[in-house]
Design a protein around this ligand. Structure first.
Ligand SMILES: Cc1cc2nc3c(=O)[nH]c(=O)nc-3n(C[C@H](O)[C@H](O)[C@H](O)COP(=O)(O)O)c2cc1C
Length: 350
């Protein structure tokens, strides 16, 4: 593997490279900026409301440069998430041309052709903007590299919080098999980053050992002070342990507010709570929706412990997320833990 080094394309980063996931509705300008300042790569989450997306880009531009209007011929050192099935290509591309984010992270197209359309259009609009694509299968990764030539592949394991492929493996097999497959085809000029279940530095060390050039964390950053998240949601994250038992991948979470609009091969990992329990009991989706809508009326928006009916997206690493903290502290801590883990291994090998 001869990956393009992330340090070359994102010169402000510190190793190991920590990336905040573009969590739609959660990862706003404050989080993306804080991660950037801490030497990571910060992403804004996708927002189907194009006016809100423009405001988020202006807000983060102001935090980085002191001015809401992008400076000519410069790249914004912040990434932008895109949810392909939910956003209009032309609208997003116009903002990319104007704000020139360092990267656009593509996720959840209805098929391979969607990724090709978006990556070509983004490259045309802003040649400096790197293309990141998140995918959870070896075959999907190879096909995407062949058709779209992304700069970065985000390999998303089944432990990940939020949406992902309904079928999947953990990064422990996904990453090395994908790297082998790409090497066999001479397609190894792509950086690989790991996502899914990483919430401790020893997992960061493991991902690097598997061949990743950096790691993505989503669930861990739900506890960052800069994240836009309801306090009852954070409480649920902080109090939950043993994520393999207390979270589950299911499609019902996407049915709560109305019909599921995600591509059919997607589901999402969230905390096991009342709506999911009702679904398992065989209660009709109409009744589940009714109870969900009532819970959403409460001040805790259905996230509170007494009537937890709204989806609380979280990965299997949720039990490792213990405290609310500034993003910079979260990053420093996992970096320290990763170094300790790697040093321990190297000492043992001597
Ligand atoms: C609350 C939440 C929202 C998410 N929203 C998005 C999104 O809008 N776009 C996207 O590409 N990935 C999204 N993801 C998935 C992340 O990109 C990433 O794969 C995942 O967070 C990694 O696993 P972890 O949560 O165990 O760290 C989301 C994840 C969470 C937890």
């Amino acid at each position: 593997m001869a990956p393009q080094s992330l340090e070359k394309d994102y010169p402000w980063v510190t190793s190991p490279v920590i990336i905040s996931a573009p969590m739609s509705g959660f990862a706003g300008h404050d989080l993306a900026h804080a991660v950037y300042k801490a030497g990571g790569i910060g992403f804004l989450g996708a927002l189907p409301d194009i006016k809100a997306l423009r405001t988020a880009l202006e807000d983060v531009t102001e935090l980085v440069t002191g001015n809401r209007i992008p400076e000519p011929n410069t790249t914004l050192p912040i990434g932008l998430g895109a949810l392909l099935f939910a956003q209009k290509l032309d609208e997003v591309v116009a903002l990319v041309a104007e704000f020139r984010p360092t990267a656009v992270w593509l996720f959840a197209a209805h098929g391979l052709a969607g990724f090709k359309l978006w990556s070509d259009a983004i490259r045309k609009a802003s040649s400096e903007t790197k293309i990141w694509i998140q995918i959870g299968s070896v075959t999907g990764a190879v096909n995407l590299v062949q058709s779209c030539n992304p700069d970065v592949l985000v390999l998303q394991g089944a432990d990940a919080g939020g949406h992902g492929g309904e079928k999947g493996a953990s990064i422990i097999s996904l990453i090395p098999e994908t790297i082998q497959a790409l090497e066999r085809l001479g397609l190894d000029d792509v950086s690989v980053v790991a996502a899914g279940g990483i919430a401790h530095g020893s997992s960061v060390a493991a991902a690097l050992t598997l061949g990743a050039d950096g790691v993505v964390m989503g669930t861990s950053f739900l506890a960052a002070e800069e994240t836009k998240v309801h306090p009852a949601y954070v409480d649920a994250i902080l109090e939950t342990e043993d994520g393999g038992q207390t979270t589950v991948r299911a499609k019902v979470f996407d049915e709560l507010a109305g019909p599921n609009i995600w591509p059919s091969d997607f589901d999402g990992r969230a905390l096991i709570a009342e709506s999911y329990r009702d679904h398992v009991k065989g209660i009709s989706i109409d009744d589940i929706r009714k109870s969900h809508a009532e819970a959403k009326q409460s001040s805790e928006l259905g996230f509170g412990a007494h009537n937890r009916r709204a989806a609380i997206w979280a990965g299997t690493g949720v039990g490792l997320v213990r405290n609310k903290a500034p993003a910079a502290e979260i990053i420093d801590e996992v970096r320290q833990e990763a170094r300790t883990a790697l040093e321990r291994i190297v000492r043992g090998l001597k």
